[in-house]
Design a protein around this ligand. Structure first.
Ligand SMILES: Nc1ncnc2c1ncn2[C@@H]1O[C@H](COP(=O)(O)OP(=O)(O)OP(=O)(O)O)[C@@H](O)[C@H]1O
Ligand SMILES: Cc1ncc(C[n+]2csc(CCOP(=O)(O)O)c2C)c(N)n1
Ligand SMILES: [Mg+2]
Ligand SMILES: [Mg+2]
Ligand SMILES: [Mg+2]
Length: 329
């Protein structure tokens, strides 16, 4: 069984509510309200042993990362975060102080975006800690950005470094979070532990009149590019030499950096596509705010697929990346 095939199999064939704009199939759902804004909602879960271990994230960082990864899905729609709800399933091995630290992590990040905690649920569980967060945001009416909006002729871009989180995870799995790290290594470790969602960048996309396709990087560039390719019915070509890597990865081989970027995931930067003239304009707007914006490829007509241009050759990539059900039957 494959995670993505499973999700497709449970997709309702039609909507009951006329206010629904986008249900299953993007980073978050979007629906109309009677006001000026459309509402944007999504939910994501962190599981002990899958998304973190006690020796990779502190309780505080579990809170930060849990909320950050959810806010990132709102950013991938061009939305501004506003509210969150938290469901936590707690095994006996976690004490009250640790739980408070998880909430402190969420609170501090929430404060940056003026988000309110408005509800949740607390239950016990026999084994691993599970943290499920629902986030609610808004975007100006009809301005949400979707995976299905890429067109042949577009340029493909990234709003930040890729592969850093996987590189940081490898260091953490080797040395544990109390291990010692050089300054460069620490930047990678932090990228894994406390990612910053691209909310300011989302605002620039939402405020841009042109067509923009967007996705955030949770499962790796290859997998997220496939999601845009499939949703838009286009073929994506990515230049291996254009992928932006953190300088902390310099001492690793190019192949290793490429693997982390394409298949590592959890970078929570935005991957998108827009027409060349619009990309030029976006680049200027990002530059004026001192935000990164990297051109990494282009879109062609053809069967949905993702190709990597490397050393003058074009290679079709597998839709690989983090897949929760990959090893199951
Ligand atoms: N069990 C489920 N039931 C209903 N909808 C689901 C379920 N799992 C995922 N979805 C929906 O499927 C779509 C894709 O979900 P997916 O989790 O792959 O996206 P994502 O949250 O952007 O990625 P990630 O979880 O890797 O951060 C979303 O619209 C999501 O709401
Ligand atoms: C201890 C430990 N081992 C492995 C990983 C890597 N990992 C787990 S889930 C995931 C994809 C994103 O999750 P989702 O698709 O649920 O949003 C990745 C890359 C980790 N973070 N910690
Ligand atoms: Mg996403
Ligand atoms: Mg999800
Ligand atoms: Mg995933």
């Amino acid at each position: 069984m494959d995670e993505f095939a499973f999700i497709n199999s449970i997709m309702p064939s039609q909507a009951q509510q006329p206010s629904l704009i986008k249900g299953i199939g993007d980073d978050a759902a979007v629906y109309k309200t009677s006001g000026q804004a459309d509402q944007v909602v999504c939910v994501d879960t962190l599981v002990e042993g899958v998304h973190f271990r006690r020796d990779t994230l502190s309780p505080y960082q579990i809170g930060v990362k849990g909320l950050a990864s959810n806010i990132s899905d709102l950013a991938a729609m061009g939305a501004t975060p506003a509210f969150y709800l938290v469901s936590i399933a707690v095994p006996e091995s976690w004490n009250e102080k640790e739980l408070r630290e998880i909430y402190q992590g969420m609170e501090e990040l929430a404060a940056e975006y003026r988000m309110d905690l408005i509800g949740g649920d607390t239950v016990s569980t026999p084994a691993a800690l599970v943290l499920t967060i629902t986030v609610i945001g808004q975007v100006e009416r009809t301005k949400a950005k979707y995976r299905h909006d890429a067109r042949a002729g577009d340029l493909v871009f990234l709003t930040g470094y890729v592969g850093s989180s996987a590189a940081g995870l490898e260091l953490l799995l080797k040395r544990g979070r109390t291990g010692s790290f050089s300054e460069k290594e620490l930047a990678l470790v932090k990228a894994h532990q406390e990612p910053s969602p691209h909310v300011e960048q989302a605002g620039l996309f939402a405020g841009f009149a042109g067509r923009v396709a967007l996705n955030d990087i949770s499962d790796g560039v290859a997998s997220e590019a496939y999601e845009i390719a499939e949703a838009s019915g286009v073929s994506i070509v990515i230049g291996a030499d254009s992928l932006p890597f953190h300088p902390g990865m310099d001492e690793h081989s190019f192949q290793q950096r490429l693997d982390w970027a394409l298949y590592g995931g959890e970078d929570y930067v935005l991957l998108g596509a827009a027409a060349p003239a619009d990309v030029k304009e976006l680049k200027e707007r990002f530059s004026a705010r001192q935000l990164s914006f990297f051109e990494v490829g282009h879109i062609e007509e053809g069967e949905p697929g993702v190709f990597l241009r490397h050393n003058g050759q074009l290679k079709k990539l597998e839709k690989q990346g983090y897949n929760h059900f990959q090893k199951r039957r």
